[in-house]
Design a protein around this ligand. Sequence first.
Ligand SMILES: [Fe+2]
Ligand SMILES: [Fe+2]
Length: 274
Amino acid sequence: MGGMSTDELVSIALELAGMRRLPPDSEVYVPGERIERLLVALDVGTAELLLARSLGCDGVLAHHPAGGRAVLRFPEVLTRHVELMVEQGVEPTAAKAALQPLLARTVLRAQAANYDQVPAVARILRLPFLNLHLPLDEIGRRIIVETIERYRARLERECTVQDVIEALQTLPEFAEAETRIMVPVGAIDRPARRIAVVHGAGTNGGAAVAQAYFDHGIDTVIYLHLAPEEAERLRASQTGTVIVLGHVAGDRIGINRYLAEVERHGVEVVRIGI
Ligand SMILES: [Fe+2]
Ligand SMILES: [Fe+2]
């Protein structure tokens, strides 16, 4: 009696995210039942697994892929970018072309992964262990979209980039974050008529994906983070605005919503760094 299984932890995430099955970047490495005390961290390595043991946790949840198929098949979830772009009116061929270089780089990079090290340690420790990436980011994406839409609906003038930032500051994860929401491309006083919240697609789409949005009438792209050289490329093109939310703060949106549900099921959550 009591506690949750790894399957139940997965089901709650899928339900909240409106997904039918676990996407390729999320995996149960060591299945388990009746987990009562769950260690949760953005990144889990062998140190966090041992820490879980010494803190008396009987299960571990990572957000980012921690090994196994979730690491090797991670590139597959990048195609979510194409769906998000097409939903916003980007032509499918242009959307696929914008993603292609990032996809190719990520596929090649996956060959370098020491993919079984961390799951192997969890197996030796017989410690139930899973990661939930895309589902929790999708939960977060929906909250971010709704927050902006609700705020914008109450404005009696045209929405600006600054208004979008103020809308996001109503979320405690951003209000209390150590990082500040940034505008590395464009400016805060520009209008934000068409906004793309680009989260829950593996990672940010870099300059090419943002440019595809700009080329198809979206003036404001929201990423959790963006490499400085990619921001530089977009600044040179002078076509739109990119808002960067901060990786940890942005990931916390979906994670917090999910963990609140897990706690409602009577599981004690031990957070590391989130
Ligand atoms: Fe995330
Ligand atoms: Fe992340």
